[in-house]
Design a binder for this molecule. Sequence first.
Ligand SMILES: Cc1cc2nc3c(=O)[nH]c(=O)nc-3n(C[C@H](O)[C@H](O)[C@H](O)COP(=O)(O)OP(=O)(O)OC[C@H]3O[C@@H](n4cnc5c(N)ncnc54)[C@H](O)[C@@H]3O)c2cc1C
Length: 392
Amino acid sequence: MQTYDVVIIGAGLAGLQCAKLLSRGGAKILLVDRKTDLTKGIHTTGIFVRKTLEDFDFPAGTLGKPVRNVTLYSPKLKSINLTSERDEFCVGKIALLYGSFLKDCLENGVEFSNGTHYVSAKVSGQKSETILKLEKNGKSFEVRTKALVGADGTNSRVAKDLKLDENREWIVGYEEVFHSNVFTSEPRLYCFLDAELAPGYLAWIADDGEEIHIGVGGYAASFNPREALKKFKVKVAEKIIDLSNAELAETRGGRIPVSGVLRSIANENGLLIGDAAGAVSPLTAGGLDPCLRLSAMAASVITERLQTDNPKILLNYSGELFRARFVSRLWMRRIIAMVSNQKLLELGFGFLRGKIGRKFASHVFFGRGSFPDVEIKINAKSNSLNASLLKN
Ligand SMILES: Cc1cc2nc3c(=O)[nH]c(=O)nc-3n(C[C@H](O)[C@H](O)[C@H](O)COP(=O)(O)OP(=O)(O)OC[C@H]3O[C@@H](n4cnc5c(N)ncnc54)[C@H](O)[C@@H]3O)c2cc1C
């Protein structure tokens, strides 16, 4: 049986970032994904916010043109235009980004097993090691690891097997991606409040001149995303965006956890990152920035666990650290979830058009508030680690 320091299940942004950072420290890592090709079946629009763009380096060619303009629409299509003096968003070219992260991992010695399903995990009893059952091409095999990382998305099987918290509340998003080469206006993000087409979230058009993403999101129990997208395109999107020269390239969709970072996200055998950890803003449903930041924290804690050979170090990686930061966003999520009436939404939109409302909307779209950073202090004498949040 092969033995690895770390096995990471899931090569989305969270898993790739964690593998990339850990591999630089020389750990023996296995990265596993059931996909044979990471560039297929992508399930994110890929909008990165300013804070992420400022704090992280992106490989050349992996970002679209910067977006400074947002138009917000009411159910009756009344609108508010918000413009920033700074570049606020970029739509990532996700397939290229994943490819570049993976290349970096492979160059630093990460073993990547694609087309491989994670089946189960059991604790071996020796030094908190875990034995995993994986399956590739219909054949199952086992590997052993000191740290199992669940980067396997909202419906994480690793979370279940490690007996950690699991996501219980999510919305679903579904979009079509068009490639376009005729572009006349400024890159813009259009957001639509609509209790029927996007119950509990938004419908959107992100147009940076190269890619046009048209999508809807909301609570699965209250709508059919595919039907809603069809209606949204006919009723609204095609009146705002000219798709006559655009070509449908792919569809993307998936669940987005919205109940905030889960409390129990680590034990002595492993930990969770990304959507598996619920690391998504409950208000904006943005999960890419949290993928990068939480995976960086996970990589630091795992490195320390490997260097000290002390599995208890992993217990410092706790969701409790983050929950207080998300209290107001969780309350706003509850309020949004309750608004199932178009008239009420129209009324709320009236507030957004006022002075205070505009300020609030600008703060939500342009504020530098994303996932908190964590400072990690290591006490070499006591072999312990202390993690605390930094102010944004
Ligand atoms: C439609 C949509 C649009 C979105 N748009 C944005 C946006 O514009 N900006 C933003 O910030 N956030 C956005 N989000 C949220 C964001 O995309 C996610 O939070 C983020 O991509 C999560 O990354 P991840 O690596 O945790 O999970 P994932 O990207 O889900 O990766 C999980 C990986 O695990 C693999 N896997 C799962 N189970 C197994 C198994 N048993 N065995 C092997 N492999 C397995 C999967 O194949 C997958 O590759 C969006 C989400 C959706 C659904």
